[in-house]
Design a protein around this ligand. Structure first.
Ligand SMILES: *Cc1c(COP(=O)(O)O)cnc(C)c1O
Length: 347
């Protein structure tokens, strides 16, 4: 038995939908993408969306459309993926990486305030592992564009409102193992129709009257149809994630040395923190029992940049373990993973 860390949940509906689009002969960007954009905008209750070839492309375009350029600074947390660094550097802007809140593992408002300068042009807030960033009101009161990176938090609610509806714009990723998938893909959503129009203009190069540097970041209609089918399944995916998280919680809450994930998110990742055990040893032992668990962030951004400090990120990075969770996972598998982790922690 092998239990992968993450898996997409795909079925006959996707296979039929993709076949239909393929046989229609219209496979580049078109009507399916337009429908996917409007169905996603409707789900989030936002004015519109612009689909892209990846989440990274979506981050790049939203930064460009906000006017982020060389010499500008963009703030983001350290405990996230390097896609953020890439998008910022595509704009020749400077990433200003800040520490996290230890409890919810997301960007710290205090650290953000301390990092503000006259050059700060935007803040990227990833809701990591499906947990909402704490203190959204505080971030919004800073008077800067706030990009909510919802690549891991589609469906997460904070104080009664979906993540992605708080800031200037929301960015999504539909990579294979995200909450819903189109293989690769992304989207920007916003209430600001001017911003969306600028992003739409930058996304494709053909048939433009006035030349400027543009990008070929379109989503295909194959991906668009797949996204629509996956979005239709989102409520059942989210329900299943909650159920599996409950099973984990029942098993793990009494175990010494394990801190459960913060409540209140969609459990895109089930991230526990381990005390008194070496993380790598635990990962190796789980692996030997057929369980793929891993650190939830490959390498914090400050380490990629060779920066020192970042006490909370360092502490969480040393302790955090992401256990398998996805709609296809069975309760028997969760029983097995939790039981095995229990044994490893007591050994
Ligand atoms: C996956 C991810 C991205 C990048 O999305 P891609 O589609 O892989 O380019 C950006 N931010 C976060 C938080 C992610 O999890």
């Amino acid at each position: 038995m092998r239990i992968p860390h993450s898996l997409p949940t795909l079925g006959e509906e996707e296979a039929r939908g993709l076949t239909e689009v393929l046989l229609s002969g219209r496979i580049s960007t078109g009507e399916e993408v337009v429908r996917f954009e409007s169905e996603m905008a409707q789900y989030l209750g936002l004015k519109g969306g612009v689909a892209t070839s990846s989440g990274t492309a979506a981050l790049h375009l939203v930064l460009l459309a906000l006017g982020v350029k060389e010499g500008d600074e963009v703030i983001c947390p350290s405990f996230t993926c390097t896609a953020l660094l890439n998008a910022i550097s595509y704009c020749q802007a400077t990433p200003i990486v800040v520490d996290i809140d230890e409890e919810n593992m997301n960007i710290s408002l205090e650290a953000t305030k301390q990092a503000l300068t006259r050059r700060t042009a935007a803040i990227i807030l990833p809701h990591m592992f499906g947990h909402p960033v704490e203190g959204m009101e505080g971030f919004l009161s800073l008077g800067l564009p706030v990009i909510e990176d919802c690549a891991q938090s589609l469906g997460t609610i904070y104080k009664g409102r979906l993540t992605g509806t708080w800031g200037t714009a929301a960015v999504l990723s539909f990579y294979a193992t995200k909450v819903i998938t189109t293989g690769q893909g992304g989207m920007i959503l916003s209430q600001d129709e001017g911003l969306l129009a600028r992003i739409r203009d930058l996304r494709a190069y053909d048939k433009k009257k006035v030349y400027k540097t543009r990008y070929n970041y379109c989503m295909t209609d194959l991906q668009g149809r797949m996204g629509r089918i996956q979005l239709g399944k989102l409520p059942s995916f989210l329900k299943r994630r909650q159920e599996l998280a409950q099973v984990y919680q029942r098993h793990l809450k009494e175990i010494k040395g394990i801190t459960l994930p913060p409540a209140g998110g969609i459990y895109y990742r089930y991230v526990v923190r381990l005390m008194g055990k070496d993380l790598k040893m635990v990962i190796d032992k789980l692996h030997a029992e057929g369980i793929e668990a891993q650190p939830p962030v490959f390498l914090p951004l400050h380490r990629n940049l060779g920066l020192k400090g970042f006490a909370a990120t360092e502490k969480v990075f040393a302790q955090a373990l992401s256990l398998p969770i996805y709609p296809r996972l069975t309760e028997a598998e969760v029983d097995y993973i939790a039981g095995t982790l229990h044994q490893v922690m007591e050994a």
